[in-house]
Ligand binder design. Structure first.
Ligand code: M6R
Length: 610
C-alpha cells in the first residue's frame, strides 16, 4: 500500500508534504519519512511513529526545502524499522547521497537486481525492495533523471508507483506508475505528485490520473508525461473536489464509533431520495446490459466480499439470476470458465484495492465486458474502469475497520437486486413499492439499533478477557456473522471465526467450552427453529451464547444464554440491521482491551498491493 507525496515549488514544501502524509495514513502507518533538497544536499527525517512525531523531528532537525518527497509505509519487505522507512537514498558512499526515492508496491525481481547492484558496489542499508530501485536509478544516472527512471522502470517486474529526485537536478521530481496509483497535481509554478488526490486537497484541485506505464517529469512550470513506449502523451486534467476527511470527532472517542453512528445518514444519502427502481440508477447503459446478462459474478475482498455474499441471497431470491461470489485475489489466478453474458460486479469502498482491480481486468481479459462497480469513491480507478457504477455515499471512512462503507454497499446491492428483478420482469409494482418503503425507513430502523449501545457495552466488558469467539448465522445472515467475526479480530485482536449454524456439528463444535462465547444472529425468519436447535447444541456443551434476537423469536435469557433484543424484524433487509450490533460489540471490546481502534496493527485502510 503506502502513500506517496512529492513536490517541486519555490517555497518550503515540507508542510505540504507532511499534511499530505497525514491524509495518506489510511494507506499504511508502519513508518513515515520525508526528504528534501536544501543547500546542495539531500536531507531526510524518518520515524516509526505516526506523522505527528515526524513533524516534530522535521522541526527539530530543520528539514526544509523547495523540492521533496514523502512517504507513509505499510511494510512488505523488511520490518517496520527506521532503516527500512522511505525515502531511500543512493549514491557514491564517498560523497553525499545523490538519489532519494519513495515507492508504493512490490518489486518481484528485487533479489536478482540486488545481486547485480551489490556486484556493482552498492551497499544496502535496508531489507526493502525499494532500495533496489534507488540504487538502480543511481546506477543508470548519467545527468538526466528522467532518462534514468525510464531505463530503470524497464528493468522492474511487479507493481509500483515511485517518486524520485536527484541532488544534481534539484528542481525536478520524476514519478512513474505501473499497477499502483499515482496522480499529478498542477499548481502555478509548482507541481505535485501523490498516491491520491486527497493528499493534495487545499493545495491544488487540478488532477491528472497517470496510467500504467506512464513516467512523469515534474518541474516548476512543466509537467511532461511519457507512456510505456516512451512517447509523449497528454493526460486529461480533472478538477477534483475531495473531502479532506479532517472531520471532527465530536462527542465520539474514535472515528470508528463516529462512523458507526453516521450510518443512518450514510444509508439515506446512498438512497438519494430514489422514487422508483430503474436500471439507470446504475448508469445510462444499464438497461441494455441488464437485459443481456444471464448471471452475476461478484468480485471483492474483505468486508466488501461479505457484502457480495449477502447480495447473492438477494439477487437469487428477488431477481432469480444465478450469482457467483469470488474473493478477488483467488479469482484472478484460477482457471475459470468465462461467460460473456455475466454481469461482473466489483465491490470496493476505496475503488483502489489492487486484487479487486486486477480481478476486474482479468475478467475483462476473458471477454466479460459487462462491468459494474459499487464504490464509495467516484474518482477511483474502479469507477473509471467499469462500464456501470453505483456510488455509495458513505462519506470519507477514516477508521480502518469498514462500517458505514459496508452498510451502504449492502443498500446499493439491494437496489441492484431490485433493478435486475425489474429488468427481468420479476418485480411487481407492489413488491417495488413495499421494498422502497422499507428502504426509506431503514435509516430510522438503524437509529433504533444504535440505541442498544449501552447493553452491548456491558457484553463487551466480558468479551475483553476472551481470546476466542465464534459467530453463528444462517442464510443471508451467515455473511453478517463472517463480517462480525472479521470486525472483532481486526480491531480487538481476539481470534474469531464464523460458521453457518448448521455446520457447527461438522467440526467446530469441538471448540465449544464454557470459555467460548458464541455470538448468534437470530432474526425471525424461516430458519429460526433450525437455528434454535443449533443453539441448543452449543448450550448443552456449556458454551455461552450471546444472541441478537428479533423481538418475536421467543428466545429468552437464561443460564448461559444472554439475549439482546433487536427493535424490529426487518425482512429481507434484516442483514443490514443485524450488522450494527456486531460493529458495536467489536468496537467496545477493542476499547476495553485498549487497542488502537482506528489504526489496528499491521493493517491499512486501502490495500493497493497484492
Ligand atoms: O476498499 P475495499 O472495499 O476494496 O477494501 C477491501 C478490504 O480490504 C476491506 O474491506 C477490509 O477487509 C476492511 N479492513 C474490513 O474492515
Amino acid at each position: 500500500m503506502c502513500g506517496i507525496v512529492g513536490a517541486v515549488a519555490q517555497r518550503d514544501i515540507t508542510p505540504v508534504l507532511l499534511e499530505g502524509l497525514k491524509r495518506l495514513e489510511y494507506r499504511g502507518y508502519d513508518s513515515c519519512g520525508v526528504a528534501v533538497y536544501a543547500e546542495g544536499e539531500l536531507r531526510r527525517a524518518r520515524s516509526t511513529e505516526r506523522v505527528a512525531e515526524l513533524l516534530s523531528q522535521v522541526e527539530k532537525d530543520k528539514v526544509a526545502g523547495f523540492t521533496g518527497i514523502a512517504h507513509t509505509r505499510w511494510a512488505t519487505h523488511g520490518a517496520p524499522a527506521t532503516h527500512n522507512a522511505h525515502p531511500h537514498f543512493s549514491g557514491n558512499a564517498k560523497s553525499s547521497p545523490r538519489i532519494a526515492l519513495v515507492h508504493n508496491g512490490i518489486i518481484e525481481n528485487h533479489d536478482e537486481l540486488r545481486e547485480e547492484l551489490q556486484a556493482a558496489g552498492y551497499v544496502f542499508e535496508s531489507q526493502t525492495d525499494t532500495e533496489v530501485i534507488a540504487h538502480l536509478v543511481d546506477h543508470l544516472y548519467a545527468g538526466d533523471l528522467l532518462e534514468a527512471v525510464q531505463q530503470a522502470t524497464r528493468r522492474l517486474t511487479g507493481a509500483y508507483a515511485i517518486a524520485v529526485f536527484c541532488r544534481d537536478e534539484p528542481h525536478r521530481v520524476v514519478g512513474a506508475r505501473h499497477g499502483s496509483p499515482l496522480v499529478v497535481g498542477r499548481g502555478v509554478n509548482e507541481n505535485f505528485l501523490a498516491s491520491d488526490a486527497l493528499a493534495l486537497a487545499g493545495t491544488t484541485d487540478q488532477i491528472t490520473y497517470l496510467e500504467d506505464g506512464d513516467v512523469v517529469d515534474l518541474q516548476l512550470a512543466r509537467v511532461w508525461i511519457t507512456d510505456s513506449e516512451g512517447r509523449a502523451v497528454d493526460r486529461e486534467v480533472h478538477t477534483v473536489q475531495v473531502h479532506t476527511g479532517a472531520a471532527e470527532l465530536g462527542p465520539y472517542r474514535h472515528y470508528m464509533q463516529k462512523e458507526i453512528f453516521e450510518q443512518p445518514r450514510a444509508v439515506a444519502d446512498t438512497l438519494q431520495d430514489i422514487e422508483s427502481i430503474t436500471p439507470e440508477l446504475f448508469g445510462d447503459q444499464a438497461y441494455k446490459v441488464f437485459k443481456d446478462i444471464d448471471n452475476v459474478l461478484i468480485l471483492a475482498c474483505g468486508t466488501s466480499y461479505y457484502a457480495g455474499l449477502t447480495a447473492r441471497y438477494w439477487i437469487e431470491s428477488i431477481a432469480k439470476i444465478p450469482v457467483n461470489v469470488e474473493i478477488a485475489s483467488e479469482y484472478r489466478y484460477r482457471d475459470s470458465v468465462p461467460n460473456p453474458r455475466s454481469l461482473v460486479v466489483t465491490i470496493s469502498q476505496s475503488g483502489e484495492t489492487a486484487d479487486t482491480l486486477a480481478a476486474l481486468k482479468h475478467a475483462r481479459g476473458l471477454g466479460m465486458e459487462h462491468t459494474l462497480t459499487i464504490c464509495n469513491v467516484a474518482t477511483s480507478a474502479m469507477v473509471r474502469e467499469c462500464k456501470l457504477a453505483y456510488i455509495t455515499r458513505a462519506g470519507v471512512e477514516i477508521g480502518v475497520a469498514s462500517t458505514k462503507a459496508f452498510t451502504t454497499q449492502l443498500t446499493a446491492l439491494f437496489l441492484l437486486a431490485l433493478a435486475l428483478a425489474q429488468t427481468k420482469d420479476k418485480l411487481s409494482e407492489e413488491k417495488e413499492a413495499e421494498s422502497l418503503k422499507a428502504l426509506r425507513h431503514l435509516p430510522v430502523a438503524i437509529g433504533a439499533v444504535l440505541a442498544l449501545e449501552p447493553q452491548i457495552m456491558a457484553w463487551a466488558d466480558r468479551f475483553a478477557s476472551k481470546e476466542n469467539a465464534l459467530f453463528l448465522g444462517r442464510g443471508m445472515h451467515y455473511p453478517i456473522a463472517l463480517e462480525g467475526a472479521l470486525k472483532l479480530k481486526e480491531i480487538s485482536y481476539i481470534h474469531a471465526e464464523a460458521y453457518p449454524a448448521g455446520e457447527l456439528k461438522h467440526g467446530p463444535l469441538a471448540l465449544v467450552t464454557e470459555a467460548m462465547p458464541v455470538v448468534t444472529i437470530a432474526p425471525r425468519d424461516e430458519l429460526l427453529e433450525k437455528l434454535k436447535s443449533n443453539m441448543q447444541e452449543v448450550h448443552a456443551r456449556g458454551g455461552e451464547l450471546y444472541v441478537f434476537a428479533d423481538a418475536d423469536t421467543r428466545i429468552g435469557s437464561s443460564e448461559g444464554i444472554h439475549v439482546i433484543r433487536m427493535p424490529e424484524n426487518y425482512g429481507k433487509l434484516s442483514p443490514i440491521l443485524h450488522t450494527i450490533p456486531l460493529q458495536l460489540l467489536a468496537y467496545h471490546t477493542a476499547c476495553a482491551r485498549g487497542t488502537d481502534v482506528d489504526k489496528p496493527r499491521n493493517l491499512a485502510k486501502s490495500v493497493t498491493v497484492e
